[in-house]
Design a protein around this ligand. Structure first.
Ligand code: ATP
Length: 319
């Protein structure tokens, strides 16, 4: 009959994917400042990892792992309550009424402020890690609800795969796509602030006297092409209303987009609010060829594929 006084510390590691928006239609600004969107999200094989470890002292702390593939010295990632992962852990603690004491170590791989939802992936991974650590027993729906409180892109990082997002992007319908598509990501050396890109789109539209309609659905052809992995069909359907605003703020994006199109990419698109550019490739070999051509130009690009699963527990260890 073993009795235990203090519970042994435990560590749960979760990975969660970055995303590209295969289609992103943006409506007018709402009174609350957000924009309604109709988006097709695709989770790609570039993963953030969050390891949540219980600590004896209460509170939530965060650090960045040296395993990160991004240059941490160059990054502007807050390590206080502004960090989306910290906010996720605090929200979980509050809702489940667990005494905290948790340290989060984040392995950053998704470009920061790159339009790929890296911070959102950290938040989704943290929700799942704390859920396991604290045995909170929340349902998928309850987790998704907490995710939406943290940010528009967080529910998708939990869900993964491919999905249509309405509302601010948080009302998700899975697209039931499983066929692999190959992409090349070209991260930029700078970030673009998401609110700034939306504001630029509003400015451009106002100058043109254009009243954007409420986006209520996505082009059905996109879902058909995604489900069948038809990159040839998809190439003509990639669309991002934010792209011209991102290009206005970062004109050098034009070069990357143009260069990709003339070097064998089926199509190229700014991901979300940018500045990461996503190129659609015909297959994995073509994606690698593109990465090699970029490397010859001194540009580091990454071959990825999607859809991939959403936030998932990698390990759960009693220390
Ligand atoms: P979004 O569309 O969610 O704004 P993004 O992918 O363009 O996303 P993120 O990498 O998620 O951008 O981060 C945007 C900003 O949020 C960063 O510049 C940083 O200051 C802040 N931030 C807060 N938490 C995190 C986190 N865990 N990782 C990275 N950045 C974070």
């Amino acid at each position: 009959m073993g009795t235990m006084s203090t519970p042994r510390p435990r560590s749960v590691k979760v990975k969660a994917p970055g995303k590209v928006n295969v289609s992103l239609r943006v409506g007018p600004a709402r009174p609350d400042g957000y924009h309604s969107v109709a988006s097709v999200y695709l989770a790609v094989s570039l993963f953030e990892e969050v390891t949540a470890t219980s600590t004896p002292e209460p509170g939530v702390t965060v650090s960045l792992s040296p395993d990160s593939t991004l240059d941490l010295d160059e990054l502007d990632i807050p390590l206080d309550e502004r960090n989306l992962a910290v906010r996720a852990a605090r929200l979980m603690a509050e809702v489940t009424e667990r005494p905290t004491g948790v340290h989060l170590e984040i392995t950053k791989r998704v470009p920061v402020a790159g339009g790929m939802g890296g911070g959102s992936a950290d938040a989704a991974a943290t929700l799942l890690a704390c859920d396991a650590l604290w045995g909170s027993g929340l349902s998928k729906e309850e987790l998704a609800h907490l995710a939406a409180e943290l940010g528009a892109d967080v529910p998708f990082a939990l869900l993964g795969g491919a999905a249509v997002g309405l509302g601010v992007g948080d009302q998700l319908s899975p697209a039931l796509a499983t066929t692999r598509l190959d992409w090349v990501l070209v991260p930029a050396e700078y970030g673009l602030s998401t609110p700034r890109v939306f504001a630029e789109l509003d400015r451009l539209r106002a100058a043109e006297g254009f009243d954007a309609p409420e986006p209520t659905d996505v082009e059905p052809g996109i879902l058909t092409a995604l489900r069948s992995g038809d990159s040839g069909g998809l190439r003509h359907l990639l669309v991002n209303d934010l792209q011209r605003a991102a290009v206005e703020l970062a004109p050098q994006l034009r070069d990357t987009l143009g260069w990709a199109d003339s070097h064998g990419a089926l199509a190229s698109i700014v991901s979300g609010s940018g500045p990461t550019v996503a190129l659609l490739a015909v297959d994995a070999a073509a994606a690698q060829d593109l990465v090699d051509s970029f490397a010859r130009q001194g540009v580091e690009a990454l071959a990825v594929h999607g859809p991939v699963a959403g936030a998932k527990i990698v390990s759960d260890t009693v220390l």
